[in-house]
Each structure stands twice: as C-alpha cells, then as structure tokens.
Design a protein around this ligand. Structure first.
Ligand SMILES: [Zn+2]
Length: 1008
C-alpha cells in the first residue's frame, strides 16, 4: 500500500477517527460510573474449626471456656456422657438423619394450603381459553396441590412447621445455593459470574459435614458422615470435592470407608423443557435409603402391611414414566455404587427441578404445574411415612429405650417464580419461597414455641425502637419474624425465615460448626426445647468480668490478662455440677460470637472493608449489651444455692433473663445483617462522581467538536484527534512514571513514604490510568485546536480546501440549512436528555414504553410543523414541490407507524397488573404465534431493503459525503433491524416448539 492510498484510506475514515476520539471520554466516564456500582465483597478463606468455638471478643473466652463439658442435654440423659467425643466441641447433632428435599421454585403459596394474603399480592389474574378473566380462582393449577403439608401442620403441630423462606436477590438457583450453604450475601460481582458455576471456596456446611466426624452414635463411639446427593447437577459443580462418589471403595482417594461414604447421582439441569428426568431420578433412588430392603420387598409378591407401602413408592416411580423408560428401575437396582448400609445415611440432599421447569415452560397456571406439584405432594407424603415407619421399627425392636434415632425432613424452594414462570429478579413472587420441616419426634413443646414467639416479637419491637431512636435502620424482612405482611395458610400467619438463616440452623442440627462467613441467625423453634450443659462460673469471676468489662473500654488488655492469670479450674464453682442453658440462647450466643469473629477478621483482612465508623461502634455496643445481659443471667443463676429448688417465680425470672439475653444477641446479628446488606450493595461515590464528570466533559467536548467542524472542517479535526489519541496514551505512560519518580525524591527529602505508597496504588489502579489517558488526550485536543485557530493563516490553505469540498458553493443556502438543522438538532438533544431522565424515577422506568412513545411523537410532530411552516422557503428556494410533499408525507407516515407499533406490546414484569401483553397473542404463556415468525422474517428482509430505499429515495446522493449518515443507514440501521428480528425469530421458534410439544401432551388428555 502506497502512502497516497493510505492517506486516501485515512481520509475516507476520518469520521471514524473523530468518532473514536469523541467517544473515548464518555466511554471512560460510563465505565467509571458503572464500576462504582460493582462493589465486591471479599471472600475470606477462613474455615470454622470443629475443635474451637468462635471467640468474638475477650468475654467470649470466659463464656465458652472449658468446652468439653458443653454437651447437649436432650430428651434423654444417655447423650450426656462426658467426653463421649473429645473432638466434638460444638453441640452434638440433634438429628441422626436429615433429608433435605429442594423443590426448585417452590413458592410459598404452592406450599401453603388455602393461601391468602391481605395486601393483595399474589392475587393472580389469568385468562381462560375464551379470554374471560379468572380472578385468583381456586382452579389455578398451582393452588392447594400439596395438602400433605397442611395435614401435618394441623395433625402434628409440634413436629412440623411451615415458614416463608425469603431469598436475597438475584433469585437464580446458583446464587441461592451459595447463600443457602455459606450464609453469605450475593454481591454484584457474584451476580456477574452467575453462570460460571465455579466451586464454592467459602466456608459452608457441606464442607463442614465432609470434614468433621459427626458423632452418629455416641454410645458405640462410631463416627461417620454418610452423604447422599441426588438431583440438580449445579450442586456437583459447586461442591466437586464434597459430592464425589466414595463408594465403591475402589473409587476412594485417601479416605477409609469408616469415614463414611458419599453416594452422588447428579442429573443434568439445563434442559428446561424436561420436566421429569431429574425428579424421576431423585424419586427412584430415594426409597433405597429411606427404607430397609427396598429392592427385595418391592419385588416380593406376598402382600403385607409394608408391602402396600412399598408398592406406593414403586408406583410413584413409575407413575410419570413413559413405557420406554420403565427399565430405568432395574437399572437402579443393578447400580453397583450402592453402599452396603444405605439406610445408615446421615444426610440426603435431593434437588428436584420439575416445578421450576414447568414454570419456565408453561407458566404457573398450566395444568403441568398441577401434575408436578401433586407428584411432589406424594413424594413428601411417602418420605414422611418412611420416617415414621423408621421410628416404629426402632420402637418395636427396642421397646424400653428412650433414645431413638430421630429424622428430620426439610422441604424448601430456593426461590419463587413470577407470573410468567420465570425468576431471577426481586419481585415478591420470586423472593418468597416456602420451607417446610417435619421431624418424626416432636422438636418443640407449646411452651417452648411460645418462648420463641415472645423472643421474636420483642426483637421486632427492639429493632423498631432502634430505627426510631438511634437511627439504626433494619430491613423489614429482617425485623419481622412473623411476616405481618399477611401471608396466611388456613387463616394462620406464616412466619418468616431468611434463607441465610438456614445455614446456622442446619449446621447446629447436624452437629457442625457454623460456617465462618455466615450472617444468618439460628431458627429458635428448632432449639426451643433443647438444653445445653454449661460450666457453672464462680461468682467472683462474673463480678470481676462485669467490673473489668466496664473499665476495660479503654484498655482491652486488662480483661485478657485477667483470664490468663486465672487458671481455668478456678473459674468454676468447685463441687458443683454444670447448669443447663436454654437451647435457643446457647445457639444464638454461638451464632453471635461467630458473626462477631467474622466481622473482626473481615475488618483486618481487607483495608477497604467498607464498614463505617457508626456501624462498627453500633456492633460493638449491641454485642457488649448482649453480653452484659448474659452476665445478668449468670448473676441470677449464681444467686441460688446449689441445692435450692427453683420455685415458679424464680423459674419465671430465670426464663425471662434467658429470653432477654437471647433477644440482645439476635438484635446484634440482625443489625449486622442489615448493615452489611446496605454496605455491600452500596456504591463507590468517588468513582460515580468521576464517571459523571467524565461523561459531562465528553458531552461538552462533543458540542465543541460539532462547532469546530462547522468552523474549520473535518480534515484538520481528524488530524488533531489522531494526535490527541496517541499523545493521551503516551502521556499516561510517562505521567505515572513521573509521579513515581517525584515521590521517590520526596521520600528521600522528607523521609515520608506516603507519596510513594499513593503513587504505587495509583499505578496499580487501571481506572486511574484510563482517566488520566482520557483527560490528557482531551487537553491535547483543546490545546491543538486553539493553536490551529490561532495560526490559521499558516494552515489556511488546507482549511479552505476542506471547506470548499464540504459545502458546494452557495453560502446563503448553507447558512439557512444550518440554522434550521441546528434548531432541530437542539430539539433532538433535548428529547434525548428527557429520555435519560426516565431513570430518575421508578414509575418513569416502569412506563418507559409510553414515555419513549410520547417523546418520539413530540419530536416527529415538531418535524412535521417545521416542514409545513417552511412551505414558502421551499418554494422561494425554487425546490420542486414534489420534494416538499414527499418529506411531509414521510414524516406523517412515521407518526402513524409509530402509533401502530404501540398496538403490539410486551410487558415488563413490574407492570403485570396494569399492562396487557399483546405481542404473544392472547394467554399468559410466553409461547408465540406463527404470525410472529413471519413478522420476524419480514423484519429481516426489511433490514436489507430499508437502507437501500432510504439512499435511493430520500438522500439521493445529496448526503453522500457525510460518512456518519452513510455509516448509520448502511451499517447501523440494517444491523439493528437484523439483530432485533433475529431475536424475535429465535424467541418465536422456541415458543412455537413449546406450543407444538405442549399440544401433543394435552392431546392425550383431551379425550377425557
Ligand atoms: Zn429456574
């Protein structure tokens, strides 16, 4: 390529260079602005240890010392054996067998029988086949399809509970599983890496389960951790190590069979059209673990009591299976990976996807939803029966034992779904999942439950007062344990549990340490009737702790040395047995200490922790307050004589002190969660301000360039822009080194390394580099352009040539054209600015469609007015009358086409109540009609023809030199049109596929 051709090429694309230059600053601005929102949470590598308690501060050292004696006192004394398991410091497990069934997208109103809501949320309107509205009708296919939950709640109220299970957005399964296992909050960065499916590195209860030896049977000193995983393969990508099969033994890596086994059968989760494969897999494997000898008994021909029950399981496995899959069952029977003792499992995790997929494919009102939910009902019901049968067997074989192995079933949804059956957002329908728990042995008494309710009610009042008096705001969800926004089943209020609360709760129930990073709080109802042995502390120790505590505020060393100087035995009352502490208080204390330890570790771990001074002092005050009320409780306990019998009044006082202390620990953990939600969802203001600054500089620069083009022409600007772009990069490279150079000199003179550190920080920060580069090239451009104007006589020749090239002679005409065009451009700019104001208000954003339509129509009407007004000028300019009418006709056409386009609309999910989707035809499901396919194909043809038509009819070569117009019509317009019609084409093909497949299925049912 010769130089001349290179210059020709450059000249041809000089608009492109100017475009790149003028886009640089706004792009940097937008980048800085948006990175101000991407606040990252640091993932701490720390793991909780099964051998140590979390010690939040020095007082905890006192409270949790002499750990070995703090064993759970449960329904029986058998479990109170001293040193039964030396490595077991955290409370022993409450349940020998825990079965977790995750029904993906199980919304609270699917789980709650006879669900109602006073606020009018979750009231569904849908249309039947003839377009008539069904308003919240009981015929809706998702309603009242799981009656087993209601049955258990009314028949066995002390063995079961149903809660609203509130998720943190984003409501995608991967994000939810992270929250449900680590107890942490999602951050924006997390949301960005949503589909990467990388393994979880943060501490979580599954890690703890695999890494700690859970005391399965304290009497026989046997330890194991037998794990079964079935279902959604998202789990195996999150926990590749923990969910690796360890059976048969040949597959073992390093561990011995006595550590327990892992039986893992993941099923593919990505095919959302498939409603049954994953569920059938889970259902087929489950009875082999829940029931002894399932494989033999289910083939046994002699009918007996158990036989009928076993047959029910078998029929559930076969009920939804088409004939070609019926050999599946024998495949499972011959699965060589079964452990020899399948019913000795400790934990089953089964993740079912059918309900979620039914939502995605058909939406919640479709009858496929009803089929899937009924199947889930049978599954839950059979699982409960199997658990009850297990207890019955134990009782018949050991009729005199008081210590039966108890099982717990937990059924929950990781998120809900919206009216279209989708999820991911933060609407109530997506956030409100349901959680149901059932134990074959009662886990609470009525009095214990009342105590928990009291604690929750008072915590709510306490938090409300904090927000009124001390300005410590807490989220409504966090504050309100009773979900007073009106969720009811059969008229009973449904209480609220946050999904992060699942983590400490399941951890303590399985006898595991609470994961290090957990932010949730234990669910008190499960601990309200347990009591834990704690050492009886010497009164003088408690007194000195109290005194030292108050005086230590300035010097924390005092208290620490105090603990150290007293040998631990001296802290205990000699010859006195341990005292029993209420389970909820004990677990909440552990929970709060774990959170406090996490906070202090996080604070030292990262320099930009984002905790404000107010937050830190509030946490300290609240945590210390909780510990003080705990000291009050200890005082009260010690005021009794060892032998003195506690009378009713003392018992009442003791209990209310226990409750007060529990409330204080709970308040602390709730405030922390609320603060962290705010702080990790907050924005980096510096970046946002710089972003705004750069964007507005870019805007001013754009106007400057526009005037400059008018003034000196394109070629010189292209020349200057090119130089500025290069110099910006070069200056940036030099300036960072210069800053470093001078900071070294400064350090040599003053001895202070502050500037060096600053400059290193600066250099490592790519955002600062980008900002410098962009502003330096802008500065260069400004300088060069002023210089160019100043020394214009020298360069006049070039400038003039360009000017001549641009406007073909007639000065008056070009002036006139410019003024009209300028006015219209200003109007265009104003309309664009008005459009950007949409984001200032939520109601504008929701109604964006109509706002944009209004703005566009206004602009076109303005154009039409200009056109009509200028009839004289056109005639005066001796333009052809035909041209005038063509342009007016074109504008009028645009206005009417724009109006027609509003007939077809796709609603945003937020507008569901007052917007009617017409794009898909009628009906709620996202399936499309054939007409949308043909429209999309027509759109693609138009995308090719339209630019050609525009060039031939409208521009007619008069604009041929203005490359931006050329580029826009040929490249911009056609690619935009092509891409959008391609999107709708794919969408409609997908919709049609679902229609075709759906109608096939429906066809089978049609006959009856
Ligand atoms: Zn889903």
């Amino acid at each position: 390529m010769s130089y001349t051709s290179l210059f020709k090429w450059l000249k041809k694309y000089q608009w492109l260079i100017i475009f790149i230059f003028s886009a640089k600053i706004p792009f940097v601005g937008i980048y800085l602005f948006s990175s101000g929102f991407l606040l990252t949470r640091n993932e701490l590598p720390n793991k909780s240890s099964p051998n140590t308690f979390p010690l939040g501060n020095h007082l905890d050292t006192l409270f949790f010392h002499n750990h070995n004696s703090s064993q759970q006192y449960s329904e029986s004394d058998n479990k109170l054996k001293e040193n039964a398991s030396v490595s077991q410091i955290w409370p022993t497990q409450k349940y020998e067998k825990v079965t977790i069934l995750i029904i993906d997208a199980l919304r609270i109103d699917y789980a709650a029988f006879n669900y109602s809501n006073s606020k009018g949320k979750f009231t569904y309107t849908s249309k039947d086949s003839i377009g008539k509205y069904i308003l919240d009708s009981p015929q809706l296919n998702f309603r009242d399809k799981i009656p087993i939950i209601d049955l258990k709640l009314s028949k066995n109220p002390l063995q079961s509970m149903l809660l609203r299970f509130r998720a943190d957005p984003p409501t995608t399964t991967l994000q939810r599983l992270k929250g449900l296992t680590t107890g942490q909050l999602p951050t924006f960065i997390d949301a960005g890496s949503n589909f990467a499916g990388s393994s979880i590195s943060e501490d979580n209860w599954l890690y703890q389960f695999s890494n700690s030896f859970t005391a399965r049977n304290l009497n026989s000193n046997q330890t194991s951790r037998n794990l079964v995983f079935l279902g959604d393969d998202t789990w195996s990508s999150l926990f590749p190590v923990q969910l690796e099969n360890t059976f048969p033994p040949s597959a073992l890596k390093g561990s011995t069979p006595s550590d327990g086994w892992t039986f893992s059968r993941p099923f593919p989760s990505l095919d959302v059209w498939d409603l049954d494969t994953v569920d059938d897999g889970v259902i087929s494997f489950l009875p082999f673990f829940l029931l002894p000898n399932f494989s033999e008994l289910s083939h046994n021909e002699t009918p007996g009591h158990n036989q009928i029950f076993y047959n029910k399981w078998s029929s559930l496995i076969f009920s939804n299976r088409s004939s070609q899959n019926s050999n599946h069952y024998s495949q499972i029977n011959s699965d060589s990976g079964f452990p020899p003792d399948p019913q000795n499992f400790n934990l089953i995790i089964g993740h079912l996807l059918g309900v979620d997929h039914a939502g995605h494919r058909y939406g919640p009102v479709h009858k496929e939803m009803s089929r899937k939910l009924s199947q889930m009902n049978s599954l839950i019901s059979l699982t409960i029966d199997s658990m009850d049968l297990d207890l019955k067997r134990q009782k018949s074989s050991h009729p005199n034992s008081k210590n039966y192995n108890s099982s717990l079933l937990i059924v929950f949804g990781d998120h809900g779904m919206n009216m279209k059956g989708d999820h991911g957002g933060d609407s109530d329908e997506e956030l409100d999942a349901g959680i149901f728990m059932y134990s074959n042995i009662p886990f609470k008494s009525e009095s214990g439950q009342k105590r928990v309710y009291r604690v929750l009610e008072r915590t709510k009042d306490f938090l409300q007062n904090l927000s009124i008096q001390n300005n410590i705001e807490t989220d409504h969800d966090i504050r309100d344990g009773f979900a007073h926004n009106g969720h009811l089943y059969n008229g009973n209020p449904i209480r609220n549990m946050l999904q992060v609360d699942f983590v400490p709760t399941i951890s303590l129930m399985l006898g595991l340490p609470i994961p290090f990073n957990n932010l949730g709080s234990v669910n008190g109802e499960l601990f309200c009737d347990s009591f834990y042995k704690i050492p009886n502390l010497n009164e003088t120790v408690i007194r000195s702790a109290n005194i030292t505590f108050f005086s230590k505020k300035s010097k924390s060393i005092d208290f620490k040395s105090f603990i150290h100087n007293h040998a631990i035995p001296n802290l205990l009352i000699k010859n006195s047995g341990p005292v029993l502490e209420w389970g909820y208080l004990y677990s909440m204390r552990l929970n709060a200490a774990q959170i406090y330890l996490y906070l202090s570790t996080y604070k030292t771990f990262s320099s930009n922790h984002g905790f404000s001074k107010d937050m830190l002092s509030n946490w300290d005050i609240l945590y210390n307050k909780a510990q003080l009320s705990y000291l009050d409780l200890l005082h009260f306990r010690n005021s009794f004589n060892d032998t003195k019998f506690i009378d009713e009044k003392d018992k009442y006082n003791l209990e209310s002190l226990e409750e007060k202390s529990t409330i204080d620990f709970l308040v602390f953990s709730r405030v922390v969660l609320s603060d962290l939600r705010k702080s990790w969802a907050q924005f980096d203001n510096t970046l946002i301000y710089f972003g705004l600054l750069f964007t507005s500089i870019g805007f001013i620069q754009l106007i400057y360039i526009a005037f400059l083009i008018n003034d000196i022409g394109i070629s010189p600007i292209c020349n200057i822009a090119f130089k500025s772009l290069i110099s910006g990069v070069a200056f940036n490279f030099l300036s960072t080194r210069m800053i470093k150079f001078f900071s070294i000199i400064f350090q040599a003179i003053s001895g202070s390394s502050v500037f060096l550190e600053l400059s290193e920080k600066f250099q490592k920060n790519p955002k600062a580099g980008l900002g410098i580069s962009a502003s330096l090239s802008s500065l260069t451009f400004l300088t060069l352009s002023i210089l160019y104007k100043k020394v214009k006589p020298l360069n006049h020749q070039t400038g003039k040539i360009v000017n001549d090239e641009k406007s073909g002679g007639d000065v008056t005409r070009s002036r006139y054209k410019l003024s009209i065009l300028n006015l219209l451009s200003v109007a265009g700019i104003i309309i664009t600015l008005l459009h950007s104001l949409i984001f200032t208000s939520n109601s504008f954003t929701i109604n964006e469609e109509s706002v944009v339509f209004y703005l566009l129509q206004t602009y076109f009407l303005l154009l039409l007015l200009f056109g009509l007004w200028n009839i004289k000028s056109f005639i005066f300019q001796k333009k052809e009358v035909r041209d005038y009418f063509v342009s007016v006709f074109c504008i009028a056409n645009v206005i009417s086409l724009n109006k027609i386009s509003t007939i077809s609309s796709v609603c945003r999910e937020e507008t569901s109540s007052f917007c009617n989707t017409t794009f898909y035809g009628f009906g709620q499901s996202p399936s499309l009609t054939v007409s949308t396919v043909s429209l999309s194909i027509f759109g693609m043809i138009l995308s090719y023809i339209t630019p050609l038509l525009l060039k031939a009819l409208v521009f007619k070569g008069s604009y041929k030199d203005i490359y931006s117009t050329n580029i826009w019509t040929s490249l911009g317009l056609s690619s935009t049109l092509t891409l959008s019609s391609f999107y709708w084409l794919i969408d409609s093909i997908q919709g049609n596929l679902s229609n075709v497949l759906g109608s096939e299925k429906d066809g089978l049912d049609w006959s009856d």
